[in-house]
Design a protein around this ligand. Sequence first.
Ligand SMILES: [Zn+2]
Length: 272
Amino acid sequence: MTIDQVIEQTETERKAKKRARAKAYDQKHKAEKANYNKVYYQTHKATLKACHHSYYLGHIDQTRASAKAWAEDNPNRLKLTAKRWRGDNSEKCQAMHKTYENTHKEAIRARKQTYYKANRERVLAVQQAYRESHRDEINVSNRSYAQAHTKEASARMRAWRSANHDKDRANQRTWRHGHPEKVLAIAHRRRARKANARGADYTTAEMIAGRCEVWGWRCWLCGAPMEAVDHVIPLARGGTHWPANLRPCCGSCNSRKGARWPYDLTRGETET
Ligand SMILES: [Zn+2]
C-alpha cells in the first residue's frame, strides 16, 4: 500500500465516522431540530416565502420539471395533500370553481358535449338511475319550481305552441281522443262558466263520472245509454254546475228537455 493510498483510506474512514456521528446526533435531537425548524419557519415566514418565490421565478422550468417528477413518483401523497388543502380551503375552492365556470363557459359546454357524444349510453343510464332513486325529491322540487314559475311556464308553452303549430294540434287531438270524459267536462265547464253557474270552477271530470255511475251510465229520463250530461235545473234557469245538479242523459231527451223547468216526466215537458 502506497502512502497516498493510506492517506486516502484514512480520509474515507474519517468521513464515514463523521457522517455516522452527525446521523446519531440528528436521531438523538430529532424533536428539538424539528421544533427549531418550525419556530424558524414561523418567525421568518415572509422572508422564506419571498426567497422561495424569487428562486421559483428564476428557475421556473427546473422547478416545474422537478415538481412534475415528484408528482409522478408520489401520486398518492399528491392526492392526499390536495385533499387536505381543499378541506382547509373549501371557501376558496368554491370561489375558484365559480370563477373558472364563469370564465370558461364555452369550454365547459364543449367538453360536456364531447363527453356526452362519446358516452351517450352511459350518461343516459346514469341519469335514469338517478331519477329512479330520487323520484320523490325530484317530484317535490319540480312541483315547487312550477308553482314559483307559472308565468314563465305558460309563456314558454305559448311560444312552443306558436312555433310548433302542427305538432301542438296533433298532441291535442291525441289527448282529446284518450280523454273523452275530460273533454266533455271541459265543454260543460265552459258552458256553465258562460252562464255564471255556481260550481263551474270546481266540478271535475271525475265528479261528473261519479254522478253518471250513480245512474248506471244511462239516461235518467228514459234509461237509454247516456250520450250527454244534463243540468237537471237548466243553466238558463239558474241551475248550478255542482255535481248534485248533473245527471246522465240520452241525446233525444236532452234536446227535448232543453231549458224547460219544471219538467214533467210523464208528459215529457211542462210549458212555463
Ligand atoms: Zn232519454
